[in-house]
Design a protein around this ligand. Structure first.
Ligand code: HEM
Length: 251
């Protein structure tokens, strides 16, 4: 079978679409304008891919995110986000499921590693001046990714529903109550008639104290909302690197 028998079909043409005549130059254009055929940039500066310039810290952050996604989905098979079962499910996972303890520890250690790696990556970007024009917007996207990484860590902390989780989130949510204007214990809260039933802490916990509502809210944030937001921003982050002319060069 000839290759043209495939490339001339309407299905192929609807995916790999280009409206130019079929010359060698235009064939390469069809490749470079297609996201699947062209995940890698056309040219890469030799200095920019030196290991000692990036230490691969961004790539390692991404790797940890992937490890978290895979182990997290597996953990979801054994965990129910209700006060009656949450703690018990973690204990059952550790002691009755094959490789359960390994799975849980992998998720926990990769989470710690991700927080550290993202911070080191940010430090590298700062020290090499890579936040300067034209990369300012990508720095801002990066800051959002840092905040989301920390929020993933914070929301995941409550899920084992043990003593340390319960009291850590009690302290954390009291900090939310101290938000200026929007927290019941914060300065100027009278400005918007804020009470303990409509402040930042209530928004975070779904209640005025840590309980079943908070557990469910943190679970949905941890397993759905924050990971989806991360994936979206990671795509924007990588797309921006390409649009900003690739990774910045060493001076
Ligand atoms: C989930 C978190 C993050 C992931 C997965 C990620 C991933 C990456 C990757 C793979 C690169 C390519 C170069 C490299 O590996 O160092 C990169 C570059 C970059 N990142 Fe991140 N990043 C994250 C967070 C951040 C943060 C927190 C900042 C700063 C606030 C940031 C700012 C930048 C900038 C400005 C560049 C371009 C650097 C250059 O051109 O040299 N990123 N990121």
């Amino acid at each position: 079978m000839k290759l043209t028998q495939i490339t001339e079909t309407p299905v192929w043409k609807s995916i790999f679409r280009h409206k130019f005549e079929d010359t060698p130059r235009n064939r390469s254009l069809a490749v470079t304008s297609n996201v699947f055929l062209h995940l890698h940039p056309i040219k890469v500066d030799r200095d920019a891919i030196k290991f000692r310039f990036t230490f691969c810290l961004g790539g390692l952050s991404l790797f940890m995110f992937i490890v978290e996604t895979i182990t997290g989905v597996l953990l979801m098979l054994y965990y129910r986000p209700v006060p009656e079962y949450a703690y018990l499910d973690i204990k059952l996972l550790e002691h009755t499921v094959l490789f359960g303890m390994f799975l849980r520890n992998m998720h926990r250690w990769a989470a710690h590693a991700m927080v550290i790696l993202v911070m080191l990556h940010m430090l590298r970007v700062f020290l090499t001046g890579s936040y300067k024009p034209p990369r300012e917007f990508n720095w801002v996207v990066g800051v959002m990714l840092l905040v989301i990484t920390l929020l993933l860590s914070f929301t995941g902390y409550l899920l084992p529903w043990d003593q340390i989780a319960f009291w850590a989130i009690t302290v954390g949510s009291k900090m939310a109550a101290a938000t200026p204007f929007l927290g019941v214990d914060g300065p100027f809260h009278e400005f918007f008639h804020i009470t303990d039933m409509n402040d930042m802490k209530y928004l975070l916990l779904g209640d005025s104290d840590v309980g079943g509502n908070a557990l469910l809210r943190f679970y949905v944030l941890h397993c759905v909302i924050l990971p989806l937001a991360s994936v979206l921003l990671i795509f924007v982050h990588f797309w921006r690197i390409r649009k900003d002319g690739g990774i910045s060069r060493p001076l």
